[in-house]
Design a protein around this ligand. Structure first.
Ligand code: LHQ
Length: 265
């Protein structure tokens, strides 16, 4: 498939998917969502993939659904169908992919654009970025997993405030209240994103997969279930070559060279 609303590349063991409609602040169109769906199929079907970076071109990250495409005068629209077809599967893929998904929020994120970012595993943002739950301004509800992630990440009181009132949240406040992983100074943003992405691509991929599974499932598990799952995951990681490599590298005072492989068998 030829892409025009995104760019998609494989490099250094990882994939980069960049939203690329900068003149519309990378707002989602059906065509763009179709391209994302196609690219995600490639990532999902590559057992050698080690990380995924979601980034965006221009001054904004993503303004949510393209409102220019919504001709409300033409008759009733089935917004649920768009979610069912594109955004819900994407949010599920981010959660289930056995590799870290890094989101680089380079500027304003609104509506489904914010909530798609929050569905990623690591979310870093430019200091000048801002986050807007824009739904209430047009009579909608937080979608793309927002109603699930927001209260868990920032707490129910803040989630209600930002969802009902649609106030913009600065990147620094978003980090402070636990919504995102880290704020990065504007001038260091691109290079720091590359550093983090390279680290993920060269990391202990099997261990990352286990870590992601434990963290994501912890929201639904009891302490007993989590302890059992940690035991099983640690057993598996301990049998993988990256554990031996990590120990050797520590003793030899050098950086580890991880393959990311799962244990044999
Ligand atoms: C836009 C948009 C936009 C088109 C800015 N569309 N052009 C998901 C899927 C399925 C079904 C239902 O819906 C959903 C959920 C959603 O995502 S609903 C939420 C949809 N998004 C919004 O309501 C956000 C609307 N945009 C804004 O509130 C502001 O533009 C933000 C806060 C994003 C940015 O504000 P500024 O930095 O002040 O930029 P701006 O407003 O000047 O926008 C720049 C340009 O981008 C401008 O075009 P122009 O031709 O005047 O330069 C905007 O019209 C355009 N743009 N968002 N969603």
């Amino acid at each position: 498939m030829t892409y025009s609303a995104i760019t998609f590349a494989h490099a250094g063991g990882g994939y980069r998917l960049t939203l690329n409609r900068p003149d519309r602040l990378n707002a989602f169109t059906a065509a763009m969502l179709g391209e994302i769906e196609d690219a995600m199929r490639v990532v999902e079907n590559d057992p050698g993939a080690r990380a995924l970076l979601i980034a965006a071109a221009g001054r904004g990250f993503c303004a949510g659904q393209d409102l220019g495409q919504r001709d409300v005068m033409a008759g009733p629209l089935d917004l649920g169908a768009t979610l069912e077809r594109y955004l819900n599967p994407l949010v599920r893929q981010f959660a289930s992919l056995p590799i870290p998904v890094l989101c680089a929020v380079n500027g304003v994120a609104a509506g489904a654009g914010v909530n798609l970012a929050l569905a990623c595993d690591l979310v870093v943002a430019k200091k000048s970025a801002r986050f807007v739950q824009a739904f209430s301004a047009i009579g909608l509800v937080p979608d793309a997993g927002g109603s699930w992630h927001l209260p868990r990440l920032m707490g129910p009181a803040r989630a209600m405030r930002f969802s009902l009132l649609g106030e913009a949240l600065s990147a620094e406040d978003a980090e402070r209240c636990g919504l995102i992983s880290r704020v990065i100074a504007d001038e260091d943003f691109e290079s720091e994103v590359e550093t983090i992405f390279a680290r993920l691509c060269n990391g202990p991929t099997h261990g990352f997969a286990q870590t992601k599974r434990l963290m994501r499932n912890s929201w639904n598990w009891s302490l007993d279930q989590a302890l059992d799952a940690e035991r099983d995951a640690q057993r598996s990681c301990g049998l993988a070559s990256d554990y031996g490599e990590g120990i050797s590298a520590f003793k030899e005072k050098r950086p580890p060279c991880f393959t990311g492989d799962a244990p044999p068998g």
